[in-house]
Design a protein around this ligand. Structure first.
Ligand code: AVJ
Length: 358
């Protein structure tokens, strides 16, 4: 397969942010050039580094009084595929509504994209929606898909390279919630950020503001940012979207336990946990949990964790907005909404943001 050969992974330990030494996993066959090696302090096995982070988060999250684990860990190869299956369920409308909306407004969105621009997508997955933009805006010169799943990114990049031979592809394997840099392929080009799918809803409010602020820095001042958000609606529709009748979302949730077993030598019994999705009206969000069906002891990452019967492991928040609450959040991060498009029901919104003057 294309991926295995053409795309190598690199972990860069960068020191160019003063004391803030961090690791960046950059999978970048095109933009990665030997002269970038000036920024490499150390090159280590990126998978080992990712596993260490995962272990540390599992240990701290499962030791907490309210057990929790960040939703980014859903997306191993299996989890990325299960998410794609979620998008095909009857109940999960978010992707469907947004895709139909994008198709309807693609020409209008494309008209606002400058010549030669670089499209930078945060959490690109299979890049399905992106194709609507790429088709409508042939003036885009460069596409920078950023995703935490190397496998998903690999598959998507291979297909895009075949279908868009004109486009310069610069994929980056990275956790976009951490620090990262744009590849050189985006240098000197107007940037269009793309953050669809309501993924911004996975952050808590402060986290979303911080993230959007850092995106503003990363994209620079002549940027626009297209953000898709899910809108508040009746709780029955919302809960069904996160607890589909085929049980795909339940499998997606429990895959987290299977992943811990595989990568961190765990002994979770996925069948000893129930999937739970509930609407938190006070915080305008869907919350997902894994609920222990019994008192049990579980080993993982070299530690032992006790679960009481009924105890919950919090795996995801998915915040829902109104046009006003999201515009206010974006404004706090230095962005102003210059256009908002809304889909047919079940309704989602797409915002076009521009940096606030000043
Ligand atoms: C990919 C984050 C947008 O929160 O709706 C779908 C993930 N979780 N079903 C969401 C998800 C359960 C999804 N996002």
């Amino acid at each position: 397969m294309i991926c295995g050969m053409a795309i190598r992974t690199y972990t860069l330990l960068l020191t160019d942010r003063g004391m803030d030494v961090h690791s960046e996993i950059a999978m970048n066959p095109i933009a990665f050039k030997p002269h970038d090696s000036a920024s490499i302090v150390d090159a280590v096995d990126p998978e080992a580094a990712a596993t260490r982070d995962f272990a540390a988060d599992v240990i701290s999250g499962l030791s907490a009084r309210h057990k929790r684990l960040a939703p980014k860990y859903f997306y191993d190869a299996t989890g990325s595929h299960l998410f794609e299956q979620i998008c095909r369920t009857d109940e999960y409308y978010v992707t469907r509504s947004e895709t139909i909306l994008l198709r309807n407004i693609a020409a209008e969105v494309a008209a606002g994209i400058p010549n030669g621009a670089a499209l930078v997508e945060f959490g690109s997955g299979e890049s399905a929606k992106t194709r609507l933009l790429l088709d409508a805006a042939p003036q885009l010169s460069t596409y920078v898909p950023i995703d935490i799943s190397a496998d998903a990114l690999c598959e998507a990049s291979g297909r895009l390279a075949r279908d868009y031979p004109q486009l310069r592809l610069a994929p980056v394997v990275a956790d976009f919630t951490g620090h990262f840099r744009l590849p050189r392929a985006a240098d000197g080009r107007p940037r269009v950020g793309f953050f669809p799918g309501s993924t911004v809803g996975n952050f808590d409010r402060d986290g979303a503001v911080r993230f959007l602020r850092s995106v503003r820095q990363v994209l620079g001042i002549h940027a626009t940012l297209l953000v898709g958000v899910d809108l508040v609606k009746d709780p029955a529709t919302l809960v069904a979207a996160y607890d589909d009748s085929l049980g795909v979302t339940a499998r997606f949730n429990k895959n987290l336990l299977t992943r811990i077993n595989r990568e961190l030598d765990g002994d979770f019994e996925p069948l000893a946990f129930d999937h739970l999705a509930l609407w938190n009206a006070a915080h305008n969000r869907i919350e997902m949990y894994l609920v222990s069906r019994k008192d049990q002891i579980v080993n993982a990452a070299g530690n032992t964790f006790a679960f009481r019967r009924g105890e919950r492991l919090h795996t995801e928040n998915s915040h829902k907005f109104t046009v006003e609450t999201f515009a206010r959040l974006a404004a706090e991060a230095g962005w102003s909404a210059n256009k908002t498009w809304i889909s047919d029901a079940p309704r989602v919104a797409l915002f076009r943001l521009e940096p606030c003057p000043g």
